[in-house]
Write a protein that binds this ligand. Structure first.
Ligand code: SAM
Length: 331
């Protein structure tokens, strides 16, 4: 199996697996889930940790070196810290990171650090307490910010703040968010809103990276490009003169990065998804629970890779929606 590699028909080397370990979340962000009737997978449908670890070991033999644990909210799943620790012990993984909304971060940073994680992404779409409640459904801004401060004190680096740019909601705050990079060693990452699943967002005009860049530069000055390092994803990285942090843009719609995409996604229910923005997937859970060998599971990885689309067909101004839920697929 070791000789096989995850190279797709477009010669992209897929070495990055993003894992949604749960579809549950303690927030109800308006752009992510429908606020009132949130469908949930039954527990039996969700991969057990043992199953995820087996899939990861197979992936690593095929060339996966980088893993991000996400959800749903990964930190709400029971046993997550022990799981992260076991994941970090898998030989061949060179990069393990976590995406969280930060709700339970402050009191658990020690455990996250002990599990071997240094890089965290924290979602924060506003600096305004009232607006935070409007976006997420709960009044927890202060707690999230305390978690971010403590993570900085404890030496996590880089800490990326994920900001989804939402027209009419946080568009008046983009400059304030970017300004944080002058005072803190944070990487502020502006993410274009993607129409996935059923959220509260309509199909109105989207706030795209070129416009965000224009607005923050007119207030804060010129952006200086920062060279990407090997562990960087598709974000374009920049900093302002004199800033200690950075700003970045994830421009999945305005300028998609499919030609450089090195990702596969393992959903909470055990589907391997070669593209976030396409509903195509291969089932791993069924075969795994039916006694498949590692070789047969590796074959499913290779099949997913063979069917990775050359690019996604979402674009700004196009009303196509992807059906899966972001929380189950893993953002
Ligand atoms: N609960 C964790 C969190 O909030 O960071 C991890 C899961 S969340 C789905 C991962 C990331 O996806 C978050 O940064 C969130 O802002 C982003 N996200 C969710 N829905 C999105 C959408 N429709 N378009 C763009 N980004 C989205």
């Amino acid at each position: 199996m070791a000789a096989l590699k995850l190279i797709d028909p477009y010669n992209r080397h897929l070495n990055y697996l993003r894992i949604s370990i749960t579809d549950r979340c303690n927030l109800k962000c308006i752009y992510c889930v429908p606020r009132h009737l949130i469908p949930r997978l039954p527990h039996t449908e969700i991969l057990k940790y043992e199953e995820i670890l087996r899939i990861v070991r197979i992936g690593v033999k095929l060339g996966i070196t980088k893993i991000r644990v996400t959800g749903g909210e990964p930190l709400v799943r029971k046993g997550v810290y022990e799981f992260l620790h076991r994941l970090s012990l898998i030989e061949g993984l060179t990069d393990l990171s976590l995406t969280t909304n930060g709700v339970t971060l402050k009191d658990n940073l020690g455990k996250i650090k002990a599990a071997g994680i240094r890089r965290i992404n924290i979602s924060l779409d506003t600096l305004n307490r009232k607006k935070y409640e409007q976006i997420t459904g709960v009044d927890l801004f202060d707690r999230i910010w305390q978690g971010i401060e403590k993570a900085m004190e404890m030496g996590f680096h880089p800490i990326k703040l994920n900001v989804v740019a939402l027209n009419g909601i946080n568009d008046d705050e983009l400059t304030d968010m970017a300004r944080l990079s002058f005072d803190y060693p944070l990487h502020i990452r502006f993410i274009e809103y993607m129409p996935i699943g059923e959220s509260q967002m309509g199909n109105g005009p989207l706030l795209l990276a070129p416009e965000i860049k224009k607005r923050i530069c007119s207030a804060l000055g010129q952006l200086i490009a920062v060279r990407n390092s090997v562990n960087d994803g598709p974000a374009q990285r920049y900093r302002f003169e004199g800033a200690i942090g950075e700003v970045g843009f994830i421009h999945a719609l305005s300028h998609h990065f499919c030609d450089r995409c090195n990702r596969l996604r393992l959903t909470a229910s055990g589907q391997l998804r070669p593209c976030l923005l396409s509903d195509r997937h291969e089932d791993l859970k069924g075969p795994l629970r039916n006694g498949c060998s590692d070789e047969q599971l590796a074959e499913i990885f290779l099949k997913a890779v063979r069917h990775k689309p050359s690019d996604h067909n979402l674009a700004a101004g196009n009303s196509l929606r992807v059906n899966g839920r972001m929380s189950a697929i893993g953002g």
